[in-house]
Write a protein that binds this ligand. Structure first.
Ligand SMILES: Nc1ncnc2c1ncn2[C@@H]1O[C@H](COP(=O)(O)OP(=O)(O)O)[C@@H](O)[C@H]1O
Ligand SMILES: [Mg+2]
Length: 304
């Protein structure tokens, strides 16, 4: 498998000058094709900023980003747009569905923008909805679905054209525990099909399911650990290598995310969503329980 992401000494500074925020501070990371990576860190640590750069939604202030070996700063807007549309499936904390469209229409919408013909579009969208277990909900509007179902529609929209890379920023942040594990199962199935899955989270139960956990703190990589069956191997992170801890340490994981989703505003092509509005937080603080332990608290709206 080749190298997908090669980020070298990347920094991101918002509002340069007096009130500047150094959201990323000399981050160096490589991610191979086919990896399943969690990026974990507290609210404000720079996760979404990193995701926006990974997804070509934003550019670094300093440093270099090679995607599939291509220097991203050499790509023009059309090329960047093609990458976002064809290579990357974005999933956000807010589902960003269009309220007056059905599940099927929501999934189809970006395909219309991409010029996919009617028959093909329908075929791809139905297949994607089947894949996320919503074959029987295609005609439902978002208001007629639970949060977990809405996020599954958003995943179907992201994967309809089978992008090789899935970038998910707090995909379960607004969901109850049962829905959370359903969504994680779907993401893991996508990884099982050979896709690269990068999940951003502040929850270390979620992170612990990934094969590799990159911990971000104050805009830099604090730790980078790989899990191989039955053991945890530290990946050397230069000067940070001495600070070894287990892969699943508690990185302030119960904090609710207060940040607005800065990405929402720039990703017009793919998902046709509204702007980055502040997301409701309720479920983020819920202690997560595996589905088999959560039978009793299953909400009726989740039944299928
Ligand atoms: N568009 C922006 N303008 C100014 N500051 C920002 C912007 N986006 C994020 N930040 C700041 O950068 C830091 C990292 O934010 P973010 O990447 O959203 O963190 P996380 O996703 O880990 O919560 C925070 O201090 C945040 O307030
Ligand atoms: Mg964020």
């Amino acid at each position: 498998m080749g190298v997908l992401v090669d980020i070298r000494d990347v920094s991101k500074v918002y509002n340069p000058g007096e009130n500047e925020v150094r959201a990323l501070d000399h981050v160096t990371v490589t991610i191979e094709e086919g990896e399943y990576v969690a990026i974990i860190g507290q609210s404000g640590s720079g996760k979404s900023t990193l995701m926006n750069i990974l997804g070509c939604l934003d550019v670094p202030t300093e440093g270099e980003y090679f995607l599939h070996g291509n220097d991203v700063k050499e790509l023009d807007d059309d090329e960047l747009s093609d990458i976002r549309n064809q290579e990357i499936g974005f999933i956000f904390q807010g589902f960003n569905l269009i309220a007056n469209l059905t599940a099927l229409e929501n999934v189809e919408l970006p395909l219309i923008y991409r010029g996919v013909g009617r028959t093909k579009r329908r075929e791809l969208s139905e297949a994607a909805l089947e894949k996320v277990g919503l074959g029987n909900r295609m005609d439902h509007k978002p208001s007629e679905m639970s949060g977990g179902q809405q996020q599954r529609v958003a995943i179907a929209r992201a994967i309809a054209q089978a992008p090789p890379v899935i970038l998910a920023d707090e995909p379960t942040g607004n969901l109850d525990s049962h829905s959370t594990w359903e969504i994680m199962d779907i993401l893991e199935n996508l990884h099982g099909e050979g896709r690269t899955v990068i999940v951003i989270t502040h929850n270390d139960e979620i992170a612990a399911r990934a094969d590799r956990v990159i911990k971000i703190m104050d805009g830099h990589v604090e730790q980078d650990s790989r899990r191989s069956p039955g053991e945890i191997n530290e990946v050397s992170q230069g000067e940070d290598a001495s600070q070894s801890e287990g892969a699943t340490q508690s990185a302030g994981t119960t904090q609710s995310e207060g940040a607005t989703q800065s990405a929402g505003t720039t990703q017009s092509e793919g998902a046709s969503q509204g702007t980055g509005k502040t997301q409701g937080m309720g479920a983020a603080e819920e202690s997560l329980t595996r589905p088999e332990m959560a039978e009793g608290e299953k909400k009726s709206e989740n039944e299928e």
